[in-house]
Design a protein around this ligand. Structure first.
Ligand code: SF4
Length: 371
């Protein structure tokens, strides 16, 4: 039985071939980090992200040239492309015309109702959803004002973020538009938790989770894992992005791992490996790195077919045989030998230098249903 809260009920919107909200799987997003005007570099990053298991990719649209480049990017991209818009609503109009499948607007810097309404009309015509993306760092002074006197700064930030989001939600709803996703992101985890809990109570729109400016790994991974993990365990969140000062593929891997840790999305390869200690009989770290590399394509195949395979790589006989038996395929090191396990049974004892080949082969055989 799961100890997680049931998932909050939310409306369902579609971003190209991917649904967000309702009972659709919690999707993983990332953002390209190269110049969007460089179509080749952007597509190359998008392809890497797709290979890593990303569901939706966002690109920054800082100027009209970037908005125009979106046409070629959207046409070739294997993932639905969201356009990230700040300050200038005309960039949103161009991105929509060029094939953006979702628009992110920041209420902190796009405030004129008539400009927002122009974007809403274009989105409605093409069935493109809008994410109202509030960041703690760019909340408008008007949205902050009612909470200036609160003693708790996290509470004040949380309430100001919710206030800012609802200002835009009302604008969109007045125009009869409901294909809305909302995100409330702060660097401060308690503020992000409070803001999202308030939002979840007050609205049925799907929620995009994130901790913004989370930093480099490992700090950014921990901060995001804690913030997103708590909300997901409470049943809040329909899609997520882990923001890291790192290659975007790292963001996708982290997002998938957060979901996998809560058993919210089980597809792909799950590697169980011990931390090693003075009892370890082999260079386990090297074995795990090599196994991950050699099983990358299998991971992608499993994700595409919605299946999982658990592989255990363990350093000695203390916990090794137990974990290796629990996994689909596993190896446990002993004195000068490695035991190979398949479906919980020991099948062979191998010299150390043959263990990796045997593990990879058995994992592939099992995934292909031939073992
Ligand atoms: S399985 Fe063995 S080597 Fe690995 S951490 Fe446990 S005791 Fe140490």
């Amino acid at each position: 039985m799961s100890n997680l809260n049931p998932r909050r009920r939310s409306r369902r919107v579609t971003v190209g071939k991917i649904a967000i909200g309702g009972d659709s799987p919690i999707s993983v997003q990332s953002m390209t980090k190269c110049d969007t005007r460089d179509v080749g570099a952007t597509l190359s990053q998008i392809n890497s992200l797709a290979e890593a298991g990303c569901d939706i990719v966002r690109v920054a649209i800082p100027d009209m040239q970037a908005a125009q480049a979106l046409g070629d990017i959207a046409e070739e991209s294997p993932l639905p492309v969201a356009a990230d818009i700040h300050f200038d609503y005309r960039l949103a109009l161009e991105a929509i015309a060029r094939g953006a499948k979702k628009i992110r607007l920041n209420p902190g810097n796009l405030r004129r109702p008539e400009e927002v309404k122009a974007v809403v009309e274009a989105c409605a015509e093409r069935k493109v959803p809008i994410r109202i993306g509030v960041n703690a760092g760019s909340i408008s002074p008007d949205a902050r004002k009612p909470y200036e006197d609160l003693d708790d700064p996290a509470e004040a930030t949380a309430r100001a973020m919710v206030n800012s989001a609802f200002g835009h939600i009302r604008l969109l709803e007045e125009a009869g538009f409901h294909d809305i996703v909302v995100s409330l992101k702060a660097f401060d985890v308690p503020a992000t938790l409070r803001a999202n809990r308030l939002l979840a109570e007050k609205s049925e729109y799907p929620i995009h989770l994130g901790i913004t400016e989370a930093g480099r790994p490992p700090a950014g991974l921990v901060r995001s894992g804690v913030g997103l993990g708590i909300l997901l365990a409470e049943g809040i969140g329909d899609t997520l992005r882990v923001s890291l000062t790192a290659h975007p593929v790292e963001e996708v891997r982290a997002g998938r791992e957060i979901l996998s840790a809560l058993n919210l999305r089980r597809s792909g390869l799950i590697i169980v490996s011990c931390p090693t200690c003075g009892r370890c009989e082999v260079d386990l770290s090297d074995l795990v790195i090599q196994a991950e590399e050699r099983l990358t394509s299998l991971d992608a195949e499993l994700r595409k077919s919605g299946r999982t395979l658990q592989v255990a790589i363990m350093g000695c006989v203390v916990n090794g045989p137990g974990e290796a038996k629990e996994a689909d395929v596993g190896i446990a090191a002993g004195k000068g030998k490695i035991a190979l396990f398949s479906r919980g049974r020991p099948v062979r004892s191998l010299p150390v230098d043959e263990a990796l080949d045997a593990l990879v082969k058995e994992a592939r055989r099992m995934a292909a249903g031939t073992s």
